[in-house]
Design a protein around this ligand. Structure first.
Ligand code: GCB
Ligand code: CA
Length: 891
């Protein structure tokens, strides 16, 4: 008995010893000290950081910059310091610090000693810290991160915010001195290839890099074990290897054969695991690394599109940026996971991991869910004509390929997005040289990637200026030509889209074609039943996407597409309906689903889909337009059923056929709460969906039905509906005044001049509000706003912003060196009276508030003797304007 216990004890000891020798990996994300700028001797232990902020990684110092009123964001150095206690038990082992990503230049110090640097904000990197580490005591890790513009590090410019910081996980790793290499571009040290794959057989080749950091040679056994998804060992390969002192050596396990492999596919993303292990001569495990293995074969054809495991597949999906509401790019893993799930749920099978390599967990999810991916390095808009720029780009390409080499989901490597969008020259020798240099960079990147990984395709994405790319021979270099197309958005005619596809197919014969971007801006708070280009309404967005996807589906030569973008994302210099945000997501910054998302879900999914559209439009309003004292408004129901039924407050609105993913119902909303219920039968299952909408009904015939009038919120110069989601207020479009009702008298909607003619409303950012849309439209030359409301006391809120602030004028003023306010003041001045009483005489928005600033004035007014309310505007200089009006009944 005693013997048995002893031997059990011995086994336990052995187990503990074996374990203690394996790799230990953990994050060191919490409790860092942080300071912007360059504090004195921040790299030294003696530096006092007690007054610094305490932060947690993932962290960016620009998270708040993204939502504030000021243009620009902090770009410069900042320091992170972390006290690290390291156990004595790790002494004698190798210690490595591993960063998943920090933007964009990093220098690392340990206990005051310089360890190394890394350039580029989107790839992983690691450093051996063993020689500077003190065991059984505290160490000081100091990291300088800098996101200042560096002409030699791509991206130079782009339509997204270059959030600075250590914004992805940081790990400490401890391992045996004899271990799988950690000095190969932060790869796993193991590269798995599958030179042959078919349904019946596959061959596998595993290249492992081994490092011996002892000062004497080591004889080791390298083992590669392939396990299926249940963990069962299915193949094992062993070999011996002799490592010299200090050597890193490459070993290759060739031609491991496998019969009837279960394939990795979109619908069945089956993954095996490869355990690569090193043992010493006595059989003790020294190190182990695990990698995914997916068996698949794929091919692109310039006429027929994409084939996976011999089966044709139209790739349909999205691109994705790594940001989230108020968090910049500093996302915890769960938020990355959520995005890939959203894509899968939408029915997507393709992710353009753009414009840069992303968090490893994104890639892991694509492997797990069966999402084909294209990963790219961030050469965007322009290049710098230096050798250093070229070298950094090539290094980045190697990092990208080696780091995600083993991912079954990756089938394409990309580089260069719209590289001629910001050409510094437009003609002459300088342009020629610039083209030449760009071509050289492209050719080197292509060669590097093809050499690193001949098993995958290469991709470049172009904007609609094909002549530039042709002139520089860039359309000849990659295997796949990706087009970013925005006809019907940046360009007026949506039908040019399909013409461009056909042209590209004709001109670049034999080249594979993908649509790497397309998409309109959609502010989820905006709706319109007269939607038009650039109004940011959900309705325009939906029409645009329906058009694009239909045209692409018709053309087999379009191998695939990634709509722009899965999610709204921050772009500091952009002015859309939401300042500093690019609104082209099919989900919002907080991942709310826009109608466009629901449409794709219905169009792409095989499982039953039923979703009432306008999902997040919960504070909705409109004018009574039926005898039943209701407001009829169109509501789309998205489904892949043949027909759907919609009920409002228990009453059926009938059954409608689904066309192109949706059925539109005219829903008679009543004042207050409305309960919508949709039902459909898909196959054998009955599906249902519900939505509650709070509706604010505004009477058209105020004189007759105004007794219970409470409020109205009207956008002038606009057919748009807007939801103030903070206060749950429904804004509705203007109408012309008729006796007994309400509305404007006189004037015309504000139109802004663009390169493509006039557009309704402005796109300038309005200061002092997060509700740009209320202020971006306007009635110019308005004479009155009247409402035949019942007697009582009212709050009348008038909303203004001076929209005439085009850059030309400002530039002119700056050229003259004069004060903006002085020159432009007085260009518009008017008086305002309410019910005959003058309340403003010489009101000049620009003079008093400057341009593009939200101004709201509230007037308390008593309405008596059944006279209703009348706001009159008196022209003095220029045209009187009004952007919006809110009438609220006090008593
Ligand atoms: C593009 C760019 C992308 C932008 C997008 C847009 O073509 O590749 O980075 O965000 O257009 O929204 O304008
Ligand atoms: Ca992570």
């Amino acid at each position: 008995m005693m013997k048995k216990i002893l031997s059990l004890f011995a086994m336990f000891l052995v187990a503990v010893c074996l374990h203690a020798q394996q790799r230990v990996v953990y994050t060191i994300n919490d409790g860092w000290r942080f300071a912007k700028g360059s504090p004195f001797e921040a790299h030294l232990t003696s530096c006092d950081d007690s007054s610094w902020e305490t932060v947690h990684i993932p962290h960016t110092w620009n998270a708040k910059d993204a939502d504030d009123d000021q243009a620009g964001f902090y770009r410069g150095p900042a320091w992170y310091r972390k006290r690290l206690f390291v156990d004595k038990s790790q002494e004698g082992r190798r210690a490595v610090i591993y960063f998943e990503g920090a933007n964009q230049e990093v220098q690392v110090y340990l206990n005051g000693q310089y360890l190394g640097a890394h350039k580029g904000g989107y790839t992983r990197f690691c450093m051996d810290v063993t020689s500077h580490l003190c065991y059984g005591q505290e160490n000081l890790l100091a990291v300088c991160v800098n996101n200042v513009y560096n002409p030699n590090i791509p991206p130079l410019s782009a339509d997204f915010t270059f959030f600075g910081g250590i914004y992805r996980d940081v790990y400490l790793q401890f391992m045996n001195p004899v271990h799988l290499a950690t000095n190969d571009y932060a790869s796993s040290g193991v590269y798995i290839r599958t030179p042959e794959v078919s349904k019946t057989t596959a061959s596998i080749e595993v290249t492992a890099l081994l490092t011996n950091e002892l000062d004497k040679p080591q004889e080791v056994i390298v083992e590669n074990v392939i396990c299926d998804a249940s963990g069962k060992e299915v193949k094992k390969h062993q070999m011996t290897c002799c490592l010299l002192a200090g050597e890193t050596k490459t070993t290759v396990a060739k031609k491991i054969k496998m019969e009837s492999p279960r394939l990795w596919d979109i619908d069945d993303p089956y993954r095996y695991l490869v355990y690569t292990r090193i043992f010493d001569k006595k059989g003790a495990l020294l190190d182990e690394v695990v990698n995914p293995l997916g068996f698949r074969w794929f091919a692109f054809d310039s006429e027929k599109g994409f084939f996976l495991n011999g089966k044709h597949r139209k790739l349909v999906g999205t691109a994705r940026h790594q940001d989230y509401f108020q968090q910049g790019n500093a996302l915890r893993d769960e938020l990355h996971v959520q995005d890939v799930l959203l894509l899968k749920e939408m029915g997507g099978n393709f992710l353009r991991v753009s414009h840069y390599p992303q968090d490893p967990i994104v890639m892991e999810m694509c492997d797990k869910l069966g999402i084909v991916t294209s990963v790219e390095i961030p050469l965007i808009n322009a290049v710098t004509e230096t050798e250093e720029f070229l070298t950094n780009s090539v290094e980045m390409a190697k990092e990208m390929v080696r780091q995600d080499f083993n991912r079954p989901s990756v089938m394409i490597w990309g580089y260069m997005n719209e590289i001629f969008l910001r050409r510094p020259y437009t003609e002459g020798k300088q342009l020629k040289d610039y083209y030449h240099f760009t071509e050289k960079v492209a050719r080197e990147l292509e060669a590097t990637i093809r050499q690193e990984d001949p098993s995958r395709y290469t991709l470049m994405a172009y904007h609609n200026a094909p002549q530039f790319y042709e002139e520089a021979h860039l359309t000849e270099i990659p295997m796949i030509l990706g087009w970013n197309l925005y006809q019907g958005w940046y360009e007026p005619d949506i039908n040019k889209f399909q013409c461009l596809l056909d042209r590209a197919h004709q001109v670049y014969k034999g080249k594979i074609l993908m649509v790497t971007e397309y998409g309109p801006g959609v502010d989820p708070r905006l709706h319109s039943y007269q939607s038009e280009r650039f109004d940011f309404s959900q309705e325009y967005g939906l029409n645009y996407h329906k058009h694009y996807i239909a045209e692409m589906m018709k053309r087999p030569f379009v191998a695939g597409s990634s709509l722009w973008n899965l999610n709204d994302f921050y772009s500091e210099s952009r002015i859309d309906a939401v300042p500093h945000v690019n609104n082209k997501g099919v989900v919002g910054l907080n991942r709310e689903k826009k109608d466009t998302y629901l449409f794709y879900q219905a169009a792409l999914c095989k499982r039953p889909v039923l979703a009432i559209g306008n999902r997040e439009w919960k504070a909705r309003g409109g004018v009574v337009n039926t005898s039943e004292r209701a407001c009829k408004q169109a509501v789309p129901v998205f489904s892949n059923a043949k027909e759907v039924e919609l009920l409002i407050n228990g009453r059926s609105l009938g059954v409608k056929a689904v066309e192109n993913g949706s059925a539109i119902f005219e829903v008679p909303f009543v004042n207050g709460l409305n309960q919508l219920k949709a039902t459909a039968v898909v196959g054998n299952s009955v599906v249902e969906d519900w939505l509650e909408v709070c509706f604010q009904l505004v009477a058209a015939d105020l004189k007759e039905h105004g007794a219970d009038f409470t409020e109205m919120n009207i956008m002038l110069g606009s057919p748009r509906y807007f939801e103030d989601r903070t206060a749950q207020v429904a804004w509705i479009p203007e109408q012309e005044y008729k006796p007994g009702s309400w509305g404007f008298v006189g004037g015309t909607p504000y139109r802004r001049k663009t390169n493509f003619g006039f557009m309704l409303g402005s796109d300038i950012d309005i200061f002092g509000t997060d509700m740009n849309p209320i202020f971006q439209t306007q009635r110019v030359g308005i004479q009155s706003f009247k409402a035949d409301v019942p007697d009582g006391e009212y709050s009348v809120y008038l909303y203004w912003a001076e929209l005439d602030s085009n850059k030309e004028k400002e530039a002119l003023v700056y050229n003259l060196g004069a004060d903006v306010g002085q020159i432009l003041a007085g260009n518009r001045s008017f008086g305002v009276s309410i019910n005959g009483m003058q309340v403003l005489d010489d009101f000049n928005i620009a003079r008093d508030y400057g341009y593009a600033r939200a101004v709201v004035k509230k007037f308390i007014v008593t309405v008596k003797n059944g006279e209703g309310l009348c706001v009159d505007f008196h022209k003095k200089e220029g045209e009187p304007v009004l952007n919006a009006i809110r009438l609220y009944r006090n008593y």
